[in-house]
Write a protein that binds this ligand. Sequence first.
Ligand SMILES: Cc1ncc(COP(=O)(O)O)c(C=O)c1O
Length: 392
Amino acid sequence: MVAASIHAELEALRSAGLYRELRRVENQQGPVLLVAGREVINFSSNNYLGIANHPALAEAAKRAIDHYGCGSGASRLISGNMTLHEELENRLALFKGTEAALVFNSGFQANTGILAALAREGDVILSDQLNHASIIDGCRLSRAQTRVYDHGDLDQLEANLKKAQHAARRVIVTESIFSMDGDEAPLTGIVELAERYDAMVMVDEAHATGVFGSTGAGVVSKYGLGDRVFVQMGTLGKALGGFGAYVAGSRALRELLINRCRSFIFTTALPPAIMAMAIAAIDLIAREPERRERLWANCRFLSHGLKRLGFRLNDLQSPILPVIVGDAESCMQFSQKLLERGVFVQGIRPPTVPPGTSRLRITVMATHEREHIERALEVFQEMKNQNGGLLR
Ligand SMILES: Cc1ncc(COP(=O)(O)O)c(C=O)c1O
């Protein structure tokens, strides 16, 4: 009976074109991946700066293992708080220009935990319609009332803030660069509204860390809003090439999270090698700002090329270039055909994106060579000629 209901659920996913399968990568994360024994050009990675395999990160991890061993043994509040955790947090605070920082085991854990620590019953969270699943789950876990405003719509946000005047706390939460659309939130407007209506702002810089701002500190830093944003979170696993996540803000925020945040308190601390990799990554991107320049040059080249071929793309705002297909099945077919021609672009379907907006999420890396992008454009052209009907 139980098995039958699970089979039925899986079947329903299959017939809706929403069934997901893991694809195995057989080499290092780079611009060319080995998938099922075939080389394919990788346009599906958040390793934007191309440093996930950098020898500086690998060497730092090896040294950390030699010195501190492999595991951390316990949660941070028991006996797992090691020298490298604090070293990384000091480094992150400097990088972000904040008083303090705190490391989390993943961005997902950070978002669920922070929101549940900041807001509770009687509070109101105002959340952008396109926020990541981890933010949505954080809102749910908090038990605060959540008011979702239309994507980037400051008028709606203001209307919702007015309705939330009674709440004990108001928390506005947004990504700075949206993970599936690649566009930028109107952060300055959000911060101004927050100040007018006495709300805290939390910004998820998962896709901005390492990429935006003169030092790669993110979009908040790019606009000089660091002192006006209460919580900046970001991941260490995307442009920084490693794993884990961080929160940057005031010392009081750090203290609150250490005391209240369940996804920080009740989990084994990240191992020393991961901390050492993150420190090495922050040093590396400071030493090599040209990585960001190469990334943006590649983004411009691919975005112009796709537009020239007639693909409808928004103006370039980030290394995430979505091509909207529409229905899930056509999107996955398009993605599969690209893969067969040696170009790996993951199709993204509901519930990751709203129904009817399934898309090819193309992501660019600093380490793509011109030939990789030129080859991808040739394949996109071929695909458009032969399968234009799949596109909206
Ligand atoms: C906007 C956003 N926030 C948070 C996360 C979660 O971060 P992590 O992969 O470190 O769990 C992701 C994606 O992974 C994301 O895209």
